[in-house]
Design a protein around this ligand. Structure first.
Ligand code: PNS
Length: 170
């Protein structure tokens, strides 16, 4: 039994949204440490580099829980291999709807098959944030809409600058 209970919250986070932050806050109440793990996926077209995403997550999570309780990192390969390397006992995923559940269930079962000692914990976020996704936020910004209240202000400013300049990380 590890002395501190570590949870991995994995995802693409391109970019981090207020929906993700809500799940991270809830997770920090349940675990001693939360590692927000950004997937390195060279096949996916992204707006922000992995390093930019890690930096933005660290900046946005600095005030959550105890100092240093929530940190960001990047990972490649199988999630359960990374979780074991970090000494985690759980993988946390946020659920907004039944569609999310249907997406998560096979991944949770596959991860349990690969590493039965790591539990998948699904956290249901606040209903008022259930319409937020990184994909939709990017679409709204790209088409000139307001994303106030959907993501941290500093990330929103960077996203607007990046998308309106027509740039992506790859
Ligand atoms: O935010 P996302 O894009 O829905 O996150 C998906 C993520 C990163 C959790 C998933 O793609 C993942 O775990 N990728 C790592 C590769 C892996 O472990 N695959 C087998 C598990 S089903």
């Amino acid at each position: 039994m590890p002395s501190s209970r570590i949870a991995i919250f994995p995802g693409s986070f391109d970019p981090l949204t207020n929906g993700h932050l809500d799940v991270i806050r809830r997770t920090a109440r349940l675990f001693d440490r939360v590692i927000v793990a950004v997937l390195v996926n060279s096949e996916k077209r992204v707006v922000f580099t992995v390093d930019e995403r890690v930096a933005m997550i660290n900046e946005s999570c600095a005030g959550i829980g105890q100092p240093g309780q929530v940190t960001a990192d990047a990972f490649e390969g199988l999630l359960v291999h990374y979780a074991k390397r970090r000494g985690a006992c759980a993988v946390v995923r946020g659920l907004r709807s039944g569609i999310d559940f249907d997406y998560e269930r096979p991944m949770a079962l596959m991860n349990a098959h690969l590493a039965p000692e790591i539990e998948t914990v699904c956290v249901i976020g606040a209903d008022r944030l259930a319409h937020i996704s990184s994909r939709l936020v990017k679409e709204v910004v790209g088409l000139g809409g307001s994303v106030e209240g959907l993501l941290p202000d500093s990330i929103a400013r960077r996203l607007v600058a990046r998308l309106r300049a027509g740039k992506s990380a790859v």
